[in-house]
Every structure is written in structure tokens, then in C-alpha cells.
Design a protein. Sequence first.
Length: 478
Amino acid sequence: MGVLKSSRRSISTVALATIIIVVVVVAAVGGYMAYVSTRHHVTTTTTTQVVTLTVADSYSSSENIAFNASLAAFEQKYPWIHVKVEYGASVGTSPYTSEAQAHDAPIIIRDSSDSAGALFASGILVNLSQYLPPSYFSRFNPTAIQDWTLNGSVYGLPDNINYIVMFYNKKFITAPPNTTDQMIQMAEQVNKSGVWGIAYGASDEYGYRFAAWFAGFGGQIFTTQNGKIVPALNSSAMVNALNFWYNLTYDLKVNYLASSTGAGGVEGQLFMENKAAIIFDGPWDLMPYFKALGCNLGAAPLPVVSSTGLYATPFIGSMGWSITTEQANGVPASQWNATLHAALLFIEFMTNYSNEYDLFKYAGDIPALNSAYNAAMQNLSAPTSNTTLACLHQVIKGILEQSQHGQKFPNIPQMSYYWNSFHQYASEFFAGKINAEQAAQGMEQAFISALQSAGLLSPVPITPSEVLTVPELPASRY
């Protein structure tokens, strides 16, 4: 089965599914009105011509529990639509690009918003904005819909969202910090007890998590110059964000620069062994942390950067459903109208209230549909006599709160060249080989060179996105 990078995964674990299923009892009442308001489809049934849909399903095993139930309900509701599912489909552009070239792509695919964005830019996906009204898209988390929008056109319907959050150990920190100043103060206090305040391996990542801090210092990965999308990493925001974490690591010595990330890496091991108080990770690693820390585990949104007043905003990525064009899937022109109609019914059904809530219930996916998200938040706040369940609900509630402070995951082809550019120069910076200004300049130039080689940027010299004359900020507070 195709596996997402950990940076894009949802909770998707059988253990979590076993616990969260208890929420169903409350959901039966709490979510009913939300269901009533979203159960109808914009696409009306005007034909019963038999149609066969081929569907590429990239769900995990726990997500497929929800999907299979939804599929059975769909086929019962629309018996004239036959669905052939390819389980374990890959996430990405390459398999669908090659299939589209052979006119043999699945009619419906479930992919990430950024990969699907590249497919849409290549003309492989249907523009849903031509068939569904703006009011339909307004039902979803605004950032999730932005993830699935390119040049004003929506090319997919999201069924979940995912991002990183701040996990903290209540043994050392009773309440999460709201600002970076508070985070530093708490980390300094924790350090006095022989425990790392923070474990964040900034030098080992490829810019997925660091993008949140870059944004918090006022930066953005891309800008527009003369009508062209160009990198914007060479900025004072990048310099300040890099120096912020260098300061916490080497000057204040409150951050452990872990050599590997996540629950399976050094960061996670320190956290689970009560040797670090704060880490930044995604809900896909929730269960190992909860198993290790129990009710001492807390989760909260990333803090506001004190020097800018801006939230550190992580990428809000999304998975969802798209429809391939008739040229890509090879459906005969005489059958296309009926097929497109059936495909619209399918993706609308798979992203309605019941099905998105089921993904939360069985697999812990964070709903992209507003009504399902609100029901999840309401039900997580419901009283329960089970102490362990109550603790878990509070952690998940903290995870869901992060969705209110996030940034769109860039869904343009240029984004795929960001990761290595960032990694190379961030690694050199944290190794002390170059300073922050050199790192910002180097990663942007590497980014530009990669885009030029890929034909995504003309070789015309790019004007620096910002003159770097910002002095060093105070060592103890950024």
C-alpha cells in the first residue's frame, strides 16, 4: 500500500481507532443536525445509465474501515454506479502521469493536495469549479480548500487535513506556552532539572516543520516578481528564524538538536523517556506518545513569535478526491457525461458529514468538512467517566485547535524543489559552517538553480527578495 511521508500522514492507527470509537455514542446526537445540513448532494441524479468507476484508494488500513462502510452505503444509494477499487494506491504524481499518457488513469483518485496540484497543472484533473458552486466549497476548512485551488479553480474535495502541533509533557509544563518568550522561559526552567526543554532537530529536516517558524517570523516560501512565481527564502525572516533556533540550541542550550525526528527518532525517544518537555510533531505519532506518557501528554498550537506577533503557522496539508479528465482516463466521449456525473456523486458522497466523521472516528483523521470538525470538537468535550479516554480527548482537542492557525501547503510544481534546497543549507548552518545570511542566500540560489534546470524558471537573474541588513536580534529573546 502506498505510504505517505510522515509529514503528511494522519493519525491512522488501529489503537487510536479502538479508543475514539467510544465517541460515536455522543456523536449520534451531537452531530445529527450537522449531518442533516450536509447530507444532500449538489449534483442531482438525472440519469440511471449504468456506469463503472475506477477508483484509486490511498487510505491506510484503519481509514479503509470507514471507506468500505461509505462505499457500501454509496452503492446502495446509487445501484446503477459500479465501483472498482484499487486499494493501496500510491500518493504522488508519477504513477498517474504515466497512466494518463496511456489514457488509462483511474477515473477517480485520492491523492495529496500538492501532488494533485501538479496533476491539475498538467491537465490531468477536472476543474470542479465548473460543476460545483462556490457555496459548496465554503463547507470546508478555508485553508483546505485553498490547498485544492490553483489559479482560482478547485480540483479536488478534501477529506482530511494534517499538520504539526506542539506536544508537551505536563510533568514539566502544566500549561502550554502561548508565545516564544513563554516557551523559552519554560524551557530554561525545565533545563534546571536536567531535562531538555525542547527536542527539535532543525538540522535534520527538509523544511516541512521549519516552514512554520519561517512564517512566524514573517516569511513566505514564494513571492511573485514580474508575474512569475519565484523563491523568497533569502529574507530577514529566514535569517531571524534560523538564528532563533541556533540561539536556543547553542547559546541558551535549551534545545537538543536531535539527529532524527518523530516518534521513531531521537526526538521522540527523549520525549517518551521524560528527557525532553516539548517536541513538534504530527498527530500521526500521537499514539506512541500517549502510550508512553498517558495523561501527562498535552497538545497545543505552535506559539506566537514574540518579536513579530505572528503565529508560527505549520503547513495545513490535505488529502482528498479528484476526477481525471476523459483524455487521461480514456472514457469514450459517448459515455463521458454519465461517467462525470457519477464521479461527482462519488466524491461528494465521500466528503460528506457522515463519511468525514467516520474517518475521524475510525482512523483519527482531522475532518476538512466544517460540520464534521465541529462535531468532533463538541464530542471531544463531552463528559466521560473514563479518565484515560478523557485525557486522550483533551490531547486530540488540542491537536484540532491547531487547524485555526496554519498556512496553505503550496500546491504548485515548484514546491518539490524546495525541500533539498532548504535541507542542504540549514544543515550547514546548524553545523556552524556558514552563518544565517549565507544559509538564506545559499538555499534560495539552490532553489532557483533547481527550478531553472527543471524549466520552471527562466535563467534571467532574480532580484534579491529582500536586502539583508537586519542586525542580530538580542541573544536571549527573538
